[in-house]
Design a protein around this ligand. Structure first.
Ligand code: MLT
Length: 324
């Protein structure tokens, strides 16, 4: 009996301590680790979201770009951080799913990180620099086939979304070209505009501003429907690559063992940001789809990430993607 009372007292003490921590949280700025370069698609989502989350958290969310190895270095940094809610990982389909199938990671994507919320998803655009003579997807494929040694595609590193998209494109179109790895598609975009590289399979949020400014050209969007904010860009189905769909979804994670009330506070702040009309507009103008409210929580991201790992790992492992 005595023992039971001690256990109960300890349990209530611990619960009190945890809820106390959560009540005071956040007492200082939070760092959101972006695992790619500044100015790229993940960085842009992070900065828009961080600004929106500040209102409900009452603290600044600082963006830190920790780049390299297709985002696996930045994610590792969060996996090893203190589980106190002050270090958050933003990432996507490739950083939190694909990387586990091709890199020898020093952390486990499912057990060393705790999910917070699904955020947004955007398709890729098949884009080229303005010097590329092709005028549509069919002539782009013909031009690549005629110039295999002259065509290179920028990527955010081996295994990144832009790289997987490029490999998928090669398989689908029976083309061959070189991949040039960058620390994110932000810098790759600068080289595309400058004509250093010829093509990219790039998230719409990174390419659309340049397409609108006529600095690059877009041949197709990798989704079933055209983007409402870019209705002139045809879908892959319309221009001869039926079913060539790629959607890059983003989410938010914290180190494992982060107290549940803190995870819930972060998820609530992300939900509040994604519900804000100004934040929504900034994201949707870039072709991002805000994922439904019932997916903006830890359980939905955890289940989805697990399902994505089960779906993609066998395919990626079978593809034997080279890391050099
Ligand atoms: C980035 O922010 O550079 C991208 O998310 C990279 C990618 O295509 O995976």
């Amino acid at each position: 009996m005595k023992m039971r009372i001690v256990v109960l007292a300890l349990a209530s003490l611990l619960a009190g301590a945890t809820s106390g921590v959560a009540e005071d949280y956040p007492a200082r700025p939070i760092t959101m680790v972006v695992p790619f370069s500044a100015g790229g698609p993940t960085d842009v989502v992070a900065r828009i979201l961080a600004e929106g989350m500040r209102a409900s958290l009452g603290q600044t969310v600082i963006i830190e770009n920790v780049t390299g190895a297709a985002g696996s270095i930045g994610v590792g940094r969060v996996a090893r951080a203190a589980p106190d809610g002050y270090t958050v990982s933003i990432g996507h389909w490739s950083t939190h799913v694909i990387n586990g199938a091709i890199y020898n990671l020093s952390y486990d994507l499912l057990t060393d990180l705790a999910p917070v919320s699904l955020l947004v998803a955007n398709p890729q655009l098949i884009v080229a620099n303005n010097k590329v003579p092709a005028t549509d997807l069919k002539s782009l494929v013909e031009w690549i086939k005629a110039n295999p040694d002259k065509v290179s595609a920028g990527t955010a590193g081996p295994g990144s979304a832009s790289h997987i998209g490029g490999i998928y494109f090669q398989n689908f179109s029976h083309t061959n070209f070189l991949f040039v790895p960058y620390r994110g598609t932000g810098p790759a975009m600068q080289d595309l505009i400058a004509g250093q590289i010829q093509i990219m399979l790039d998230q719409s949020s990174n390419s659309l501003p340049q397409v609108r400014n006529k600095q690059i050209k877009a041949f197709a969007v990798t989704s079933k429907a055209r983007l409402a904010v870019a209705p002139d860009i045809p879908t892959v189905d319309e221009v001869g690559m039926p079913g060539f769909y790629i959607s890059v979804w983003h989410g938010l994670w914290v180190p494992k063992d982060t107290p549940k009330p803190i995870v819930e506070k972060l998820a609530a702040a992300a939900r509040a940001a994604l519900a804000d009309p100004a934040t929504r507009k900034r994201l949707t103008d870039l072709g991002q789809e805000i994922l439904p409210l019932d997916q903006q929580n830890p359980a939905a991201l955890g289940a989805f990430q697990k399902a994505e790992i089960e779906k993609w790992w066998p395919l990626i492992k079978a593809a034997h993607i080279k890391l050099d």
